[in-house]
Design a protein around this ligand. Structure first.
Ligand code: CUA
Length: 174
């Protein structure tokens, strides 16, 4: 056995491993993205970039007549506070958390969606009738947990405003 040759081989191997280690953004980042999948979102930059920026929150009209709702749960509120959706159409809910684990629960329905920082939770909802559905947080998330509420306002389909691309539906809590 030639120890010198083995030593050279091992050192060359180590040197080759060091090169990719200096290329964090070219190797680690894409690899992490691949492993995390498309449901990952950075909770620290929610308000700055990506689909959860403020003017993208609320109800979006989809081409097939359904709607997509984007929300953020954070200590101790849901953003937007009031969600406007039409009755009788599929509602694709996308929600993430900016901090702790929360659970968006719609009173009077079976819908409950757990939200986790770093993950986009997806839920398919549909409301057969118009009405106001109070929502509460059902996961203890801190001192203000009991005050963490919002509302889904379901209006008849013909009363739901026609939204242009880029426009988001919203409502005001009374
Ligand atoms: Cu949020 Cu409890």
């Amino acid at each position: 056995m030639n120890w010198r040759k083995i030593r050279i081989f091992v050192f060359t191997l180590l040197a080759l491993c060091l090169i990719p280690a200096t290329r964090y953004y070219q190797i680690d980042e894409p690899l992490l993205k691949l492993l995390r999948g498309s449901n990952h979102v950075d909770p620290l930059s929610l308000h700055l970039s990506g689909e959860f920026v403020e003017n993208n929150l609320g109800t979006e009209q989809d081409a097939d007549g359904s709607v997509t709702v984007r929300m953020i749960a954070q200590q101790y509120l849901f953003v937007p506070h009031c969600i406007l959706v039409p009755a009788g159409v599929p509602v694709h809910l996308k929600i993430t958390s900016a901090d702790a684990v929360h659970s968006l629960t719609l009173n009077g329905t079976n819908y409950a969606v757990k939200t986790l920082p770093g993950t986009i939770s997806l839920a398919e909802l549909q409301f057969p009738h118009a009405g106001d559905y109070k929502t509460v947080c059902r996961e203890f998330c801190g001192a203000g947990h009991y005050a963490m509420r919002s509302e889904f306002k379901v209006v008849p389909r013909d009363q739901f405003p026609a939204l242009r691309a880029g426009e988001r539906g919203a409502c005001v809590l009374q």
